[in-house]
Write a protein of this length. Structure first.
Length: 419
């Protein structure tokens, strides 16, 4: 059953676009909480969450599952260190670097920022990190700062040895790092979010915009403009690069970092109305969290792959391949996600969306040549696809092909001017 009033309430309170996760997922969350509360009528439950902050928190936690690990999308942290070493330390002596991580989930991202800054040469008194999330449950985990192997995938053992103490229950983060991060509860979708707070030099907000409705997207981009100092850096997720193409932020063009600065050139007002498909392209690396769709990756993956290899796919299964591929990517199963995406493309050879997702997955796996080909195929099918053009331009720059990269940036600019 679909609950339109419930969806409307989520849109109003947290800016959620119901289409980004699907009405079925939202309905399951409502029904789960109604069972827990012993309530059968949706109107009665809606009244309860309006009156009970505790039940509202429980509903949020049933919709949102933290999905993050230390130094996820590592190039962002590498560029952060490069910026601090080459620019910040030189031009901002006797100044405290202010950093915002939102949403901060269970803490892996803000703690990664703290470690990156310490290793870049900053002293603990040189920087301040605010970490904000809408989930009180996630914040409690973050403040406890005890982690398990799943949070360290992709990192060398020396990383754990330097900053964590392995105890009987998990890995305990060192107090030196833990004390650098100040956790706060907050809702980014509120118009008065951090109103009156001094501006930040760095903002990490990765893979959240794709879940917002149009109004909240626009509101959040304007919020970033307010929160950031003139020379500040904004880090977003992989899938959100396309959302900022026509904003007042300019890419710093560091491959796979997806960092932006306020543009010195006034551009036309941001318009998300022509970019609705972008919200479906969930980034395999940029997201801090995934939305609970009651997905069981191993069980469903095994079922899907058996069907694929036996060539007994139903039409519904074919249509679900891209959705399943994105879910697997969000869970960190990139190899399996690529396999499903390739099988989708075999049956949908003119799917721009399929080639863009495949390119993102290949890029996340470090297969840049394969990624180039995928984005080129997407552009061949749709020459005006800004997200594919942006990814391709960044890859060309990373390879040192500045001439062709500049041609792509000029092409993107012409598209912007024609809006």
């Amino acid at each position: 059953m679909i609950y339109p009033d419930g969806e409307a309430l989520l849109r109003k309170k947290i800016g959620l676009d119901p289409n980004s996760i699907g009405s079925d997922a939202i309905s399951r969350a409502f029904e789960q909480r109604m069972i827990e509360c012993g309530i059968r009528n949706i109107n009665s439950y809606l009244e309860k969450i309006q009156e009970s902050p505790q039940e509202w928190d429980a509903l949020i936690d049933s919709l949102i599952i933290p999905e993050t690990w230390f130094f996820r999308e590592r190039e962002s942290f590498k560029y952060l260190q490069q910026y601090v070493i080459s620019e910040w330390l030189t031009n901002h002596k006797n100044t405290v670097l202010r950093v915002l991580s939102v949403p901060c989930s269970t803490g892996e991202e803000p703690y990664s920022i703290a470690i990156a800054l310490l290793e870049a040469g900053l002293k603990p008194t040189d920087f301040h990190i605010d970490a904000i999330d809408i989930s009180k449950k996630s914040l409690l985990t973050a403040q406890t700062a005890i982690y398990y192997p799943y949070s360290f995938r992709g990192n060398p053992l020396s990383f754990q040895e330097r900053y964590f103490q392995h105890q009987e229950i998990g890995y305990h983060l060192s107090e030196k790092v833990k004390n650098q991060v100040h956790f706060l509860h907050g809702n980014l979708a509120k118009t008065d979010f951090l109103m009156g707070t001094p501006a930040y030099d760095i903002v990490f907000c990765r893979n959240l915009l794709i879940y917002f409705d149009i109004v909240t997207k626009e509101q959040t981009v304007k919020l970033f403009e307010r929160l950031l100092n003139p020379e500040g850096l904004l880090f977003v997720g992989h899938a959100e690069a396309g959302l900022l193409v026509n904003s007042r932020f300019a890419s710093i063009r560091h491959a796979l970092a997806f960092a932006y600065r306020k543009s010195t050139v006034t551009k036309s007002p941001i318009n998300f109305h022509d970019r609705q498909n972008n919200k479906k392209n969930s980034s395999p690396n940029g997201q801090k969290r995934i939305i609970n769709r009651n997905y069981q990756p191993k069980t469903k993956l095994q079922t899907q792959l058996i069907a694929i290899h036996n060539n007994h796919l139903s039409e519904n299964t074919k249509n679900d391949l891209l959705t399943t591929s994105r879910k697997l990517a969000d869970q960190g199963h990139l190899t399996e996600a690529i396999e499903l995406c390739n099988n989708y493309i075999k049956q949908n050879r003119v799917s721009v969306e399929g080639y863009v997702l495949l390119g993102q997955l290949q890029q996340a796996m470090g297969k840049n040549e394969d990624s180039l080909q995928s984005f080129q195929k997407a552009i061949y099918l749709q020459p005006t696809h800004k997200e594919a053009l942006t990814h391709l331009a960044l890859l060309k720059e990373n390879q040192g092909d500045i001439i062709n990269a500049n041609l792509l940036w000029q092409r993107i600019q012409r598209l912007n001017n024609n809006l």
